[in-house]
Design a protein around this ligand. Structure first.
Ligand code: ACO
Ligand code: ZN
Length: 444
């Protein structure tokens, strides 16, 4: 499967191609005539120059084509602008969202990267807002409401709320240092205001405290006595360990983890009460300690049968099978609880790909081996995957038919094999015999 960081998935299902060659045409036109150009041409160029200058600075909300790192021009929306230091009155940099790509690729660009001939002046925010609000689930809305309550915005009217949302659209922290890695961030995360002026943050890889300066981190590392996440080690197989951290017992760690995770999670609101969550932190261990690879969080009690709230593999560890390991682990916990589970919605693009891959592999492996009929309920009992997720997975693979008022699974071995091949690698296996865990019980 192709990398998602190239324009494979689009926001609106379109793939616009405005190639570098085509755009360069507009971009590289000389603005003034040189030695001996005909008079009309000079006039025309002057007019173009004037028209372009009259657009500047571009308004927030403007839609325009922008040259991306692939050298091609892609449609963007201007999210924010800022003055260039020591520049003229119209010298701005623009924070843009590439409408074809995921928001993690939003970035600051220079004016030279924008093709001013492609500027669209009509900005229809209202239509867009409507679409966004339709896409939001009830649960998500509730969470967003909670966010605003938590941050003390309960008095805000719709316009101010929109402004607040606009504010969070611009990435605040550009990079973080965590253990051996320097990592570029993907999204805004609401760190406390005193961190607002920092482009880079330094995290202690064990307690996840974060600091503005490297020397502070070095001083901290000399004092910090943690060498693994604070909690119970519930799984160890080879160099892989899983720790269960109770958000109530380790509030600061839970909050730090949420701040860190939000840098890579777009859809999730952060202002959860960490008390209500357990964090399952996956580590690669060596003689220096247990280094966090990723985690998932899980509500202690979920009315909606969610067995996972947020999942993250830190970028340096992505595409190595850890995500599928974490997903498999969440279902192993559900099996031990004797419940079916499902991830909290909405899923991100990468989240959906990982879940689809996991569900496909697990279900088709069973169908391949199973002789005779099998129902969705039976599949659900065997895997702890919620029936709806089984149905949508099998439907998307066109393995379900509706006969005489019933869903029937049609599993031709050749078709199964083809789908299994397409579902990619299995990921790292969870060895259930190495899981030592009892489900959470409230301690009074
Ligand atoms: N491009 C294309 N496919 C991808 C990509 C990518 N960049 N990343 C993952 N996939 C797909 C592939 O099918 C991959 O399987 P394959 O490598 O066998 O082809 C599959 O997803 C999972 O790969 P893993 O290596 O097991 O997963 P990874 O460790 O990369 O973690 C995760 C996946 C957790 C979703 C990671 O991408 C991540 O942390 N993303 C940022 C946070 C996020 O979006 N989390 C999910 C939010 S939804 C929720 O929390 C309920
Ligand atoms: Zn520390």
């Amino acid at each position: 499967m192709g990398s998602i960081d190239t324009p494979t998935i689009t926001e609106n299902g379109t793939t616009q191609s405005h190639t570098a060659a085509a755009a360069a045409d507009g971009d590289q036109k000389p603005l003034a005539s040189s030695n001996g150009a005909p008079a009309e041409m000079t006039l025309e160029l002057e007019a173009t120059k004037k028209r372009r200058a009259s657009m500047l600075p571009l308004e927030v909300g403007t839609r325009v084509m922008c040259r991306w790192r692939d050298g091609k021009y892609h449609p963007v929306k201007v999210i924010e602008r800022r003055k260039v230091h020591y520049g003229g009155p119209n010298d701005y940099e623009y924070y843009v969202h590439y409408t074809e790509f995921n928001r993690r690729l939003d970035e600051w660009v220079k004016l030279e990267q924008l093709d001013l001939d492609s500027v669209e002046t009509v900005v229809d925010e209202k239509v867009e807002d409507k679409v966004t609000s339709l896409k939001m689930t009830r649960h998500q809305k509730r969470k967003i409401d909670e966010t605003h309550v938590e941050v003390g915005h309960e008095e805000l009217d719709a316009a101010s709320l929109r402004e607040h949302e606009e504010f969070t659209k611009v990435k605040n922290i550009a990079t973080i240092e965590l253990g051996r890695y320097e990592i570029e961030t993907w999204y805004f995360s609401p760190f406390p205001p005193e961190y607002n002026d920092s482009l880079k943050l330094y995290f202690c890889e064990f307690c996840l405290n974060f600091m503005k300066r490297k020397e502070q981190l070095q001083r901290h590392m000399r004092k910090c006595d943690l060498k693994h996440p604070p909690g119970d080690e519930i799984y160890r197989s080879g160099t892989l360990s899983m720790f269960e951290v109770d958000g109530k017992k380790n509030k600061v760690y839970g909050q730090n983890l949420c701040y860190l995770a939000k840098l890579f999670l777009d859809h999730k609101t952060l202002y959860y009460d960490v008390d209500l969550f357990l964090f399952y932190v996956l580590c690669e261990c060596d003689d220096r300690g247990c280094h966090m690879v990723g985690y998932f969080s899980k509500e202690k009690h979920s009315e909606e049968s969610y067995n996972l709230a947020c999942i993250l593999t830190l970028p340096p560890y992505q595409r190595k099978g850890y995500g599928k390991f974490l997903i498999a682990f969440s279902y192993e916990l559900s099996k031990k609880e004797g419940k079916v589970g499902t991830p909290e919605r909405p899923l991100s693009d990468l989240g959906l790909l990982s879940y689809r891959g996991y569900w496909t592999r697990v279900l088709l492996d069973i169908l391949k081996k199973h002789k005779g009929n099998i129902s969705i309920k039976e599949l659900s009992d065997m895997t702890a995957i919620k029936a709806e997720d089984i149905l949508t997975t099998l439907q998307s693979l066109e393995l379900i038919q509706y006969r005489k008022g019933q869903h029937v699974i049609c599993a031709d071995p050749k078709v199964l094999e083809r789908h299994l091949k397409a579902a990619g690698r299995g990921g790292l296996e969870v060895d259930v015999s190495k899981l030592i865990w009892t489900p959470y019980k409230e301690q009074s």
